[in-house]
Design a protein around this ligand. Structure first.
Ligand SMILES: C[S@@+](CC[C@H](N)C(=O)[O-])C[C@H]1O[C@@H](n2cnc3c(N)ncnc32)[C@H](O)[C@@H]1O
Length: 356
């Protein structure tokens, strides 16, 4: 996007995507912008070694590494930590030798996990040095190498999302999915919370650590949220507990497994063990937030049973493809763009649909 200003980059990418969806005659597209700099709360950099010094680096389109001194899109705490950390690593060969990459995950509370990834086995001496750095920089350090993960003190950070006057507390881990732009994530939750039709029970697939489930729990009688990742499900249960929310049940199921269970094609011990009987739910709403590949056939087919659908997408192409099926039974009530990834061609879309 080169030399474009902030407004033009958003205009350009949304115009482009509006064209893509022109065939659906959507009445109104809403657009939510983000702070244009210092917006990313998750980032990964390669480490470049030259003349016994180390530098942060990224790769270009041809996978060629180039070094960087700073990064304008990472949030202030990551930017600050990056500089301080580099100096500390530089001073210490045990920490810098064979260091391959560094990952940062920062929360709304500036609680930050830094993961150092190595091409060498990590030992007690490494842990000792890492502990020192952790205390000096007030970060949570993790060391990773082939078949090895060392958590120096903890791999959990705390995040807060606010809905009206209610604060929701979340625990995040480095290994699970986390929305990478806190400001836009808050706007997405506010948007759904404002426009979703209340009542009945809600079912959510791809729920992650309960990012949408928890704040939406007040809108429904009961919620059933599923997700494929074991750690995310564990975290989502913990997050509901922290917020004293008792009307959600979480189960580890892929979206297609959930579709099979719902259509009584297969029984799952995982549901029985959690005392979950799908017949006890009076589902009005389904919320889906799939990865870039969009919905598989079984999940797509399942959607038509629900009165209300909330579809969150990070890929306009798969969303468009899926909408061709969904629009046979539902109509679009809201269509909104969220500039989660400023200065890139990527965008997040939320579509709220109701049955015809
Ligand atoms: C885009 S993330 C959304 C997570 C969550 N909604 C959030 O806002 O943090 C997609 C999630 O889907 C999960 N996932 C990937 N494939 C899946 C599948 N086939 N069935 C269920 N969950 C899946 C991933 O583990 C990830 O947590």
């Amino acid at each position: 996007m080169g030399l474009l200003d902030m407004k033009s980059q958003l205009q350009l990418k949304t115009d482009d995507i509006k064209q893509k969806f022109a065939c659906f005659n959507i009445e109104k597209f809403e657009i939510f912008s983000s702070t244009n700099l210092a917006y990313r709360s998750r980032a990964e950099f390669r480490i470049f070694h030259k003349d016994s010094k180390i530098y942060y680096a990224m790769s270009d389109k041809n996978k060629k590494l180039f070094t960087i001194n700073n990064c304008a899109i990472v949030d202030k705490n990551i930017a600050k930590t990056m500089q301080k950390l580099l100096l500390k690593l530089q001073e210490n060969e045990i920490l810098s030798k064979k260091l391959f990459a560094v990952e940062f995950l920062n929360s709304t509370q500036n609680d930050i996990i830094v993961t150092l990834i190595y091409h060498k086995k990590l030992d007690d001496i490494w842990s000792e040095k890492a502990k020192e750095i952790e205390n000096i920089l007030h970060i949570k350090l993790i060391g990773r190498s082939k078949k090895q993960k060392i958590v120096v003190s903890t791999d959990i950070i705390t995040n807060i999302i606010k809905i009206n006057d209610t604060k929701y507390l979340y625990e995040y881990k480095d290994t699970t999915f986390v929305q990478p732009n806190h400001e836009i994530n808050q706007k997405m939750i506010d948007f759904i919370n404002q426009h979703i039709k209340t009542g009945g029970d809600m079912c959510e697939l791809y729920c992650g650590a309960g990012n949408f489930t928890i704040p939406l729990s007040a809108k429904f009688d009961k919620l059933l949220a599923t997700e494929i990742n074991k750690t995310s499900i564990k975290l989502s249960k913990q997050n509901a507990k922290i917020n004293k929310i008792e009307n959600i049940k979480f189960a580890r199921l892929s979206s297609s497994e959930f579709a099979q269970a719902k259509n009584k094609l297969r029984e799952f011990r995982r549901l029985k063990e959690l005392d979950i009987d799908l017949l006890e739910y009076n589902f009005s709403t389904i919320l889906v937030d799939p990865p870039r590949a969009g919905l598989d056939e079984q999940t797509l087919f399942l959607l038509k049973e629900f009165e209300q659908i909330v579809y969150i997408s990070c890929n306009p192409d798969t969303l468009k493809e899926n909408l061709k099926t969904i629009l046979k039974t539902h109509k679009i009530k809201k269509f909104a763009f969220f500039d989660q990834f400023v200065w890139t061609k990527h965008i997040e879309i939320i579509v709220i649909l109701e049955s015809i």
